[in-house]
Design a protein around this ligand. Sequence first.
Ligand SMILES: Nc1ncnc2c1ncn2[C@@H]1O[C@H](COP(=O)(O)OP(=O)(O)OP(=O)(O)O)[C@@H](O)[C@H]1O
Ligand SMILES: [Mg+2]
Length: 320
Amino acid sequence: MSRPVDRTNLPLPLVARGKVRDVYAVGDDRLLIVATDRISAFDVVLPQPIPHKGAVLTQLTAWWLTKIADITPNHLISADADVIVEEVPELADTREIWGRRSMLVHRATVVPIECVVRGYISGSAWAEYRKTGTLAGEKLPEGLRESQRLDPPIFSPATKAETGHDENITFDRMKEVVGAELAEELRRRSLAIYQRGRDIAADANIILADTKFEFGTLDDGTLVLIDEVLTPDSSRFWPKESYEVGRGQPSLDKQPVRDHLEALVAAGQWNKEPPAPDLPPEVVRATSERYLGVFRRLTDVALEDFPSSEPVSAARGAGT
Ligand SMILES: Nc1ncnc2c1ncn2[C@@H]1O[C@H](COP(=O)(O)OP(=O)(O)OP(=O)(O)O)[C@@H](O)[C@H]1O
Ligand SMILES: [Mg+2]
């Protein structure tokens, strides 16, 4: 088993180190996006990496992209280490570190909007609704309860904040930022991907409560889906078996971490400010199993067997 990776130093120019990803330039027009095993909760990165987390995020993104290829073009060139080494031979020696967790992608100019779609009301949307009865500034029906399903799903854009929390904005504001035509197209694609994702997740008894997409434009003007797609880090996944309207839901992936940290907060041992406390080994192990479990439940294939030479479960296909 390869060791967890919490920071990489690959022989390529480093473009950015996010909370989870190390991003490198490959020439002028491509990027290597490396999902490390770092985990964040309450917006702080925790000291212990979660084994397999990066590979789950990357391979799950690659899997979803095949399911939604008819809805939107995307940035992915390959998430297959053999192909990446062929394209970027200078990475051959460090393959142990980046293999499975990395995507070679077309570098895009990022549209500065987080394209959030919500099919259930939770998180910052629930907070807004409770306060003003609105979501993204639009009136919602009265009497909604926490975690209630929204039909149809709602597009609720946010601006990408350099630091701290993203800010929810109205669709009208989004039109001012990126132009009406692009705003409409991003909303159309985001809703279509979410609907497909919600249906596929439902087959696996997973509720895809909400998710966030990013888009960018390539040099030739093509609008492409970028970043991670429908992963546990960019989405709220709830186990269907414990879903109950009227309260917050446990997270399919990060719940062991959240429970541990909330217990420390309740005991007055942490105030949700950095530095984050250490995670005990059993919490790390349980969380790693959760991430692997999400992958298996969605794709019907264990991470170690993915991608398989067999076509992935025909029953879970995109339906087209
Ligand atoms: N094809 C692409 N071209 C250009 N930038 C991309 C592409 N795909 C993803 N990105 C950018 O790469 C970064 C991925 O890093 P990561 O997800 O760790 O950071 P983040 O989400 O911006 O910040 P954080 O996770 O720290 O809140 C994002 O800023 C994303 O916008
Ligand atoms: Mg990100």
